[in-house]
Design a protein around this ligand. Structure first.
Ligand SMILES: Cc1cc2nc3c(=O)[nH]c(=O)nc-3n(C[C@H](O)[C@H](O)[C@H](O)COP(=O)(O)OP(=O)(O)OC[C@H]3O[C@@H](n4cnc5c(N)ncnc54)[C@H](O)[C@@H]3O)c2cc1C
Length: 369
């Protein structure tokens, strides 16, 4: 006699709950365990608005937004990517819209509403408030076990199976600098270039933050500290001579103010003598100022702990079958969401990973049910 499938999902986050949704639709019995209240991790997403996907409809381009997981996700995105996410949310009763920067949000702009709707859609699942310490124990009662414990958690659940873990590191996080930027704290600089990438940064009491810094923190999540970054503060300001020639009696700081925030101008001019009126500046000083604008050097000493949005590292993808999310050496054990060594940039990519891997696992489970 074929044993009826009973699926245990550890973690009622985005991935766990959506996996439950797909399985319930197929009539499979699902029990979800979570040490806290279900889907509370969704509430702070997108600043409370839940940036649930990104309007990138070419799955290869979509995969490029994952510093860890790009290759692994290619086959998964073939089966479930942005269009499927939108259809899924529509099906659950959540209408979405796309912002100018291609981030996708619910029309209600409310992560709380998304949470409520998802929970309504999985009401047939048993949700048990309990911390799970061993996946092996769950196999005594369940035919399939899905690990969906998010970043930085749940690794101990699978350690008995000898699954390799890539040491977790904070990602999408502010960076502490050796330089003291306290005086600049709160100053934003738009469209700067760092490591060939353009975006906005924010000077803070600890160093640097903002969207571009988050991206850099993600790309360099496994780099050793300290490391240096070079910031081009005004990529479009190519030369100063003609600018100064046309404004000879204007103070340099007032000319530069049109290109950079006042506090950044002070930083750029700091330590230089003779930075009064434009006509008083010689060529050497002009070049030094320009050099500082285009090559501001900062030394990154660490990440700003506690600020991280996602975890780089986690369960080694070599251990997982990308077609099913099943652990290659443990039949019936599946891993999905951020617990895997997959993380994306800001913009809806991390939730997309949760929805996609949840779907793929549910398909894998259905095939063996
Ligand atoms: C402030 C913030 C804002 C974010 N905004 C966005 C955004 O707008 N868009 C985006 O794409 N991504 C965003 N992210 C990232 C995104 O929230 C995560 O990538 C996503 O929630 C991961 O889903 P998950 O289901 O894998 O894990 P989680 O959502 O973290 O859920 C894991 C669950 O497992 C439970 N758990 C863990 N261990 C155990 C155990 N041993 N036993 C029982 N239960 C356990 C936890 O209690 C938790 O409920 C944001 C993250 C943060 C922190």
């Amino acid at each position: 006699m074929v044993q009826e499938s009973r699926v245990a999902i550890v973690g009622a986050g985005a991935a766990g709950c959506l996996c439950a949704y797909f399985l319930l639709k197929a009539g499979i019995d699902v029990t979800i365990f979570d040490k806290g209240s279900p889907l509370r991790t969704l509430l702070p997403t997108g600043g409370g608005r839940c940036n649930l996907a990104h309007a990138e409809y070419d799955f290869k381009e979509l995969a490029k937004n994952y510093p860890r997981g790009e290759k692994f996700l290619l086959s998964a995105f073939l089966k479930f990517s942005t269009w499927d996410t939108l259809a899924l949310f529509e099906e659950m009763g959540i209408k979405t819209y796309t912002q100018d920067d291609r981030r996708i949000f619910p029309e209600s702009n409310s992560a709380k509403e998304v949470r409520e709707v998802i929970l309504k859609n999985i009401r047939k699942a048993k949700i048990i408030k309990e911390e799970i310490f061993s996946a092996e124990e769950l196999f005594k009662e369940f035919t399939h076990v899905v690990i969906a414990t998010g970043g930085h958690a749940g690794y101990e659940l699978v350690k008995d199976f000898g699954i390799n873990i890539i040491e977790p590191k904070p990602s999408l996080v502010g960076l502490n600098t050796k330089e003291n930027f306290k005086d600049l704290s709160g100053t934003a600089c738009k469209n700067v270039i760092i490591n060939g990438l353009q975006g906005d940064i924010l000077f803070t009491h600890f160093g640097l933050s903002g969207p571009l810094i988050y991206k850099i923190s993600s790309i360099k999540a496994f780099d050793k500290f300290p490391y240096d970054l070079e910031i081009d503060l005004a990529p479009n300001l190519n030369e100063l001579q003609s600018l100064f020639n046309t404004n000879p009696h204007k103070e340099i700081k007032n000319i530069l103010k049109e290109y950079l925030p006042q506090k950044i101008v002070n930083l750029v001019l700091d330590g230089f003598k003779e930075t009064g009126k434009a006509h008083t500046i010689n060529g050497k000083l002009r070049d030094l100022i320009l050099d500082r604008i285009h090559h501001l050097k900062v030394t990154i000493t660490s990440t700003n702990r506690g600020e991280e949005t996602v975890t780089a590292g986690g369960l080694d993808l070599d251990e997982i079958n990308p077609k099913t999310m099943e652990v290659k050496k443990v039949r019936g054990l599946y891993c999905i969401g951020e617990v895997l060594n997959i993380d994306g940039f800001c913009g809806g990519f991390n939730l997309q990973n949760a929805w996609t891997t949840a779907f793929i696992a549910s398909e894998g489970i259905k095939k063996t049910s």
